[in-house]
Design a binder for this molecule. Structure first.
Ligand SMILES: Nc1ncnc2c1ncn2[C@@H]1O[C@H](COP(=O)(O)OP(=O)(O)OP(=O)(O)O)[C@@H](O)[C@H]1O
Length: 840
């Protein structure tokens, strides 16, 4: 249809000189073979009607919402064009009556960005001062009992509510959404991933720690971030918003910043924050400190269909809050909104209903369901006519077919490409091929710029893929794993190329090992991937598989809790006082064997006592935002027997900074030159002491020379910056937990490099064994390494400095099963140390 005819038929919306297409939501289009399959279905594929028969106006021009849009006026038109816009009063009305809402709407309909903005000014969303009774605890955290055995309580006045949290499965989604919504609210937020830990001193800051974080003049003090993580009631100033929260106060809040985010090792929660994007893991950490989530009026659980272990745990805790007595919140309910494009609605409704209502056979009455009709832009789905023998080749062909045949932009903006691949190796290989092939193109054809996007990249590198491309006559090609599958909008993207596979972690309880293998995705994932193409204009999705293959894909993925190690999940439950983990409400129960393995492992780590209850060590472990084995290492390193906490922090920072700090060197020539420098860093004790040596050499290098230091050794500068950030946070947490003296934190500028002695290296490795005694292997007579736990053969991964070396025994921090059973991050140890570590 021509633009003129569309305008006549009312299918475009004109605001100022802007024309927005309303195609696809003014009238619900019949589904054709080439359009995106409908994603809004209940378990049995039939839409579930909502309980109220309110009609929703179909034309945004006629719709007058009860609250006019606020924030950046330049984005009003885009927000009005979202299908969700018409449903805002309906959503407000439901939540004024009910505590739980399941909201299903197609990808890009506006759920993640708009719902919190519809709600934060609601009356029930204002902070209140209330009286609550709290249990009196002793120093060990145990309840103090009165005579007669009842728990002793005291009355306290506390603040409840005022903030809405929106959970995301991944950090990149949480930070980019916060950035977008902050912009829409007119209170921009720097989400570049460069921020935390670099107190705005600029690239050549006095502390030499790299680029500046916040905007000019902003004091993003990392110490405060850590305080937040450790449990201060943050997310707003101390001002209490009275019941009739007035406009003046709203305006004041806008000046301070309405939107924040909190992800592991990176937090930006400006004073006055009302909308906070968080990862599921971060909210679980908050739950440990504040079991009633008093800071929040509502929790929005986004992308529930992903069913990560964390979201399953979170749902269990939220169910306990919404269906339990509200005394811990002074009687104020916590509202829960569960959102997805592909949710199993009936299941979720039933889960969040109270057990009482289930008994009465009225399941789901407390839970409302709303399905949003329409999508923002159509996406054409194109399948391969027959199965492709080589995915890399098919990808290359498709990418260049799009690049050479499709325009660089149209009236909606840029027309960039997002490809979904399985993992880092595949992405790096594809990047090389695309860049090589692009060199051979006719100069009249636009250039390409490739951006990798995978979880192990530093946040800063991940955010580069979200920046608009600066070069004229150039198309952006983003090569991503499934981290870009849900929630995110990669600006410019209008074509998606989907290889149809993803790497999935699979825990095998019998072997006690996890493998990472590429497997076909589910229909739900394919739909999510497709959805990334229609967010800024009509798009196309090229599936590198046939329509028949799509038909055979499972509807949804197996929930993570049924296929991964549940060590962290069990520790979280224990730390929240859930002694009988098997009775905790979960949508799906993990295999009994997996839970038993986790209990045994936690006992070995000293986190659980013989009675199965959490120990003091276990309680301290959950205070650190690292996995249980790393947390155990930190506690051991602080023990005077090992006395190596600063060194352990240096190593853990390098390892958890993302991708390996040492980049792969491909050309033989470069390898020779780089190896000369890298050799100086390598230690015979293996990878851990090599990381330590690298960090120590790096921080003792004058800041002006650090770039050259990294370049010569092919060290990833961004990851090194991230490692410094994590190092600083872990140090602050250690000071806070009285494991380090504040005075022992010498400024790096005064540190002179001195390699650790073999004796210190031994103490460090012994401290690491306290967390990783189960990940050790002993050299067998046939020269293979056999694991101490489980007796499996493992080979040292080629990325390790100990590859090809034979030592009496090894400790490895990571284990991957690809073509072979590989040990990564390997250190040489003595076999006798293993038994020593396992002894109390
Ligand atoms: N970072 C961003 N940059 C530009 N536009 C954005 C950004 N984030 C969101 N948008 C716009 O807002 C629209 C709605 O996005 P939103 O994430 O709210 O949708 P959604 O319904 O939650 O989708 P999904 O289920 O895929 O997460 C997008 O289609 C896009 O047009």
């Amino acid at each position: 249809m021509s633009r003129k005819r569309k305008a006549e038929s009312g299918e475009v919306l004109k605001i100022g000189n802007k024309t927005i297409s309303l195609e696809g939501y003014l009238t619900k289009k019949p589904k054709t073979a080439t359009s995106t399959p409908s994603t809004s279905t209940s378990d049995n594929n039939t839409p579930v009607p909502s309980t109220e028969n309110e009609t929703i106006t179909k034309d945004p021009r006629e719709f007058k919402p009860s609250r006019p849009l606020t924030g950046d006026p330049s984005l009003f038109a885009t927000r009005r064009a979202l299908p969700l816009y018409l449903y805002q009063d309906r959503i407000r009305s439901i939540l004024s009556k009910k505590d739980v809402l399941v909201l299903v709407g197609e990808t890009g309909s506006g759920k993640s960005t708009q719902v919190p903005q519809f709600l934060y000014q609601e009356r029930w969303c204002q902070r209140r001062r209330v009286k609550v009774k709290t249990k009196v605890l002793d120093k060990e955290g145990n309840e103090v009992l009165e005579e007669g055995g009842k728990a002793k309580t005291r009355e306290e006045t506390v603040n409840v509510g005022g903030v809405i949290a929106i959970t995301q499965p991944r950090r990149v989604a949480a930070t980019t959404l916060a950035g977008r919504v902050a912009k829409e609210c007119g209170t921009p937020l720097d989400t570049s991933g460069r921020g935390t830990g670099f107190k705005g001193r600029g690239p050549k800051g006095k502390d030499g720690k790299g680029s500046k974080g916040g905007k000019e003049g902003e004091e993003w003090d990392e110490e405060n971030d850590v305080v937040e993580e450790m449990g201060k009631n943050n997310g707003g100033d101390e001002e209490v918003i009275e019941e009739n929260g007035n406009e003046k106060k709203d305006r004041k809040d806008q000046e301070k910043g309405l939107v924040g985010y909190s992800v592991r090792f990176d937090h930006r929660v400006p004073p006055g924050t009302k909308i906070k994007y968080v990862t599921e893991g971060m909210l679980l950490q908050e739950l440990l400190r504040d079991p009633h989530l008093r800071q929040y009026s509502a929790i929005i659980v986004d992308e529930i269909h992903e069913r990560s272990v964390d979201v399953d745990l979170l749902s269990g805790f939220l169910k306990q809050i919404v269906t339990g007595d509200k005394a811990g919140r002074g009687g104020i309910p916590l509202k829960v909104v569960v959102m997805s494009a592909t949710a199993q609605v009936e299941r979720i409704k039933k889960f969040f209903s109270s057990d009482d209502s289930l008994k009465k056979g009225t399941s789901g009455e407390e839970v409302e369901y709303l399905e949003i009709e329409g999508r923002q832009f159509p996406v054409e789905v194109i399948y391969e006519p027959k199965p492709v023998p080589d995915i890399q080749e098919a990808l290359l062909k498709t990418v260049f077919k799009i690049h050479t045949q499709e325009p660089l932009s149209d009236k909606h903006g840029k027309k960039d490409i997002l490809c979904f691949l399985t993992g880092q190796e595949e992405i790096e290989a594809a990047q090389r091929l695309i860049e090589e092939f692009a060199e051979t193109l006719d100069p009249k054809v636009p250039k390409v710029k490739v951006f990798p996007l995978f979880g192990q990249l530093s946040m800063e590198a991940q955010h580069e893929a979200f920046q608009p491309i600066k070069h004229p006559f150039t198309r952006k090609i983003v090569l991503a794993t499934n981290i870009a599958e849900t929630s995110v909008t990669v600006p410019g993207v209008r074509y998606v190329v989907d290889c149809g596979k993803a790497k999935v972690k699979q825990y095998r309880p019998r072997l006690g090992m996890e493998s990472l293998l590429a497997k076909p995705i589910s229909k739900s994932s394919a739909i999510q991937r497709t959805g990334r193409a229609g967010r800024e204009g009509p798009g196309k999705c090229f599936r590198l598989y046939t329509a028949d293959t799509f038909a055979t894909l499972p509807k949804t993925d197996l929930p993570e809790i049924l296929r991964t190690d549940v060590l962290g999940a069990v520790l979280t439950m224990k730390a929240r006082g859930i002694d009988d983990v098997l009775s905790f409400p979960l949508m799906d129960r993990p295999e009994l064997e997996a839970v038993e393995n986790a209990l045994v492992h936690l006992h070995v780590l000293g986190a659980l006592g013989d009675d199965g209850r959490i120990t003091d060590t276990g309680r301290k472990m959950v205070l650190f935002p690292v996995t249980a084995p790393y947390a155990r290492v930190l506690l051991a390193a602080a023990d005077p027997r090992y006395d190596c906490l600063l060194e352990a922090i240096d190593i853990i920072s390098c390892i958890t900074a993302g991708d390996d700090i040492f980049m792969q060197v491909r050309s033989e020539e470069d390898k020779e030159a780089v190896d000369v420098y890298r050799k100086e860093l390598q230690r015979r004790e293996g990878d851990l002491i090599t990381y330590l040596n690298t960090m120590q050499r790096f921080v003792s290098t004058p800041s002006a020379d650090r770039g050259t230091f990294c370049k010569q050794r092919r060290i990833n500068v961004r990851n090194m910056r991230q490692a410094l950030n994590i190092r600083k946070q872990l140090r602050s947490l250690s000071v806070k937990n009285k494991m380090l003296d504040a005075e022992s934190l010498m400024p790096d500028a005064e540190v002179t490099y001195q390699p650790v002695s073999p004796e210190t290296a031994e103490r460090i490795l012994k401290a690491f064994l306290k967390g990783f005694a189960m990940k050790t292997a002993v050299l067998a007579p046939d020269a293979s390494y056999v694991t101490a736990h489980g007796k499996h053969v493992v080979a040292i991964h080629p990325s390790s400095s100990l590859h090809g070396v034979k030592r009496e025994a090894i400790m490895f921090l990571e284990h991957v099963y690809t073509q072979k059973n590989y040990a990564k991050k390997v250190s040489a140890i003595q076999a006798g140390w293993i038994a020593e570590a396992l002894a109390a």
